[in-house]
Design a protein. Structure first.
Length: 480
């Protein structure tokens, strides 16, 4: 665990340093300002990613200028976005570029979400996230053209002069063997037969003369010039480009704000007032009538006795739970007021869950209740994290709420987008609220489902039990 913390601190320090100075140096503390990465060494080199031809051509959506070393061909290749082919750096002149493969078929459009109730026009919402691009099909690997013919051999250089012959050894001649004895003379008379010739004496041994030393070898003739290298064979045709399936269309962005009202035009000139008619002649006042005679005042009656003082006091406030009313009685009567109420139903998850499903599955969280009112505000919130064991994730997290088995609302957020390193945890959060109308005094059930989509996906987690500080899932329904 300590080593993990040290690694995290080291990577964080390196990234913060690199972000602050806009470039990185390895083997130097002063990287060149024109380079984002400056490598200096007199004992080591730069080792690019190495892979087979199959692995290279299986790279998804290579970036323009992506560089790898092909171990099957033994050459560097880089991706050209303008020609959509891998360029062999060992054959910069290259063969004829093959035809561009057919365009991939358009992916099916995802289902439209249910239309929410129109609320008042609010401020402009942020644009919805773009749908994930479909994966690019693998680039066909053209066969390498045949090697050119070998050049002719150069002419053989002249033979060097022969070395001088060494002196002949002077061997001593051996002694001559003794002569054979004469045969006995025959008796006189008839000549006797000639006796056999005696055996020749043995030849003396041949003297062993010493062989003179061998003369030095003549110098080798100069090598002939190398023949010209045959022309490089043409590159094989590029295979057709794979047809990648287009990903689902992202949700539509919120409506933009209404345009400002046009400027009110100027008020037209007021018309001229018509000529007032002449006043009519006042009639003559009639003669005032004579005042009538005042009647005599009546006799004042006797004052009645003063009545006894009555009693009147305020009563204490009373509250009725059955009718949800508050009452108060005083000398003027009884005042009764009905108090508005909000009834809340809610449930929250208590277990750790995870999924890799690309279609909606239940989170295991349901809320069953019996409302006494017909108006509900349904709310949902959920948070969790991405998969730290998968590199370069491109995924979204979606959630939807079902009422009695029918979807009534859904929402989406980015789960992770190319973190470029395993072990990195990216958090996400979802929430929504929607007003609905239901039948009162009947049981209803809300259910929370979730799923993951994207180009490169991994597990998504909601760990409410083991990580309650950043993971939760809750459904609530408010009666009003």
């Amino acid at each position: 665990m300590f080593k993990k913390y040290i690694l995290v601190i080291t990577i964080t320090t390196f990234l913060l340093s690199a972000y602050g100075q806009k470039n990185v140096g390895i083997g130097t503390l002063t990287p060149d300002p024109s380079a984002i990465l400056d490598l200096e060494s007199t004992s080591s080199g730069f080792l690019a990613p190495r892979m087979t031809t199959v692995q290279r051509t299986a790279i998804t959506s290579p970036k323009d200028g992506l560089l790898v070393y092909d171990t099957n061909i033994g050459c560097f290749f880089y991706w050209s976005a303008s020609t959509t082919v891998w360029i062999n750096m060992c054959q910069a002149s290259g063969g004829v570029t093959g035809p561009t493969g057919p365009a991939g078929a358009a992916g099916s459009v995802g289902p439209a979400g249910p239309a929410g109730a129109n609320g008042p026009t609010g401020p402009a919402g942020t644009n919805g996230t773009n749908g994930i691009d479909g994966a690019t099909g693998p680039t066909g690997a053209g066969a390498t053209g045949p090697s050119g013919p070998a050049g002719t051999n150069g002419t053989v250089g002249p033979t060097g002069p022969a070395g001088a012959v060494g002196p002949t050894g002077a061997g001593v001649t051996g002694p001559t063997g003794p002569a054979g004895a004469n045969g006995t003379n025959g008796t006189n008379g008839t000549n006797g037969t000639v006796g056999p010739t005696g055996p020749a004496g043995a030849v003396g041994p041949t003297g062993a003369g010493v062989t003179g030393p061998t003369g030095p070898a003549g110098a080798n003739g100069a090598n002939g010039t190398n023949g010209t290298v045959g022309p490089t064979g043409p590159a094989g045709a590029v295979g057709p480009t794979g047809a990648g399936v287009t990903g689902p269309t992202g949700p539509a962005g919120a409506n933009g704000t209404n345009g400002t009202n046009g400027v009110t035009g100027p008020t037209g000139a007021a018309g001229t007032n018509g000529t007032n008619g002449t006043n009519g002649t006042n009639g003559t006042n009639g003669a005032a009538g004579a005042n009538g005679t005042n009647g005599t005042n009546g006799v004042t009656g006797p004052t009645g006795p003063t009545g006894a003082g009555g009693s009147c006091s305020n009563t204490a406030l009373t509250y009725s739970t059955s009718t949800n009313t508050l009452s108060s009685t005083d000398c003027s009567g009884t005042l009764t007021t009905t108090i508005p109420t909000v009834i809340v139903h809610a449930v929250t998850g208590t277990t750790d869950i995870t999924t890799t499903s690309t279609s909606y599955v239940s989170t295991g969280l349901t809320l069953t209740f019996t409302p006494v009112k017909t108006n509900l505000l349904v709310q949902m919130s959920m948070s969790g994290r991405s998969d730290p064991t998968v590199n370069n994730l491109q995924q979204n997290v979606l959630a939807e709420v079902l009422l009695d088995g029918t979807p009534i609302a859904a929402t989406i957020t980015v789960g992770e987008d190319l973190n470029h390193a395993t072990g990195t945890v990216t958090g996400w959060g979802l929430s929504l609220s929607i007003p609905v109308t239901v039948t009162a005094n009947v049981s209803h059930t809300l259910q929370l489902d979730w799923m993951v989509t994207g180009n490169i996906t991994g597990n998504i987690y909601c760990e409410q039990l083991s990580a309650p500080n950043f993971a939760h899932r809750t459904i609530s329904a408010l009666e009003y």
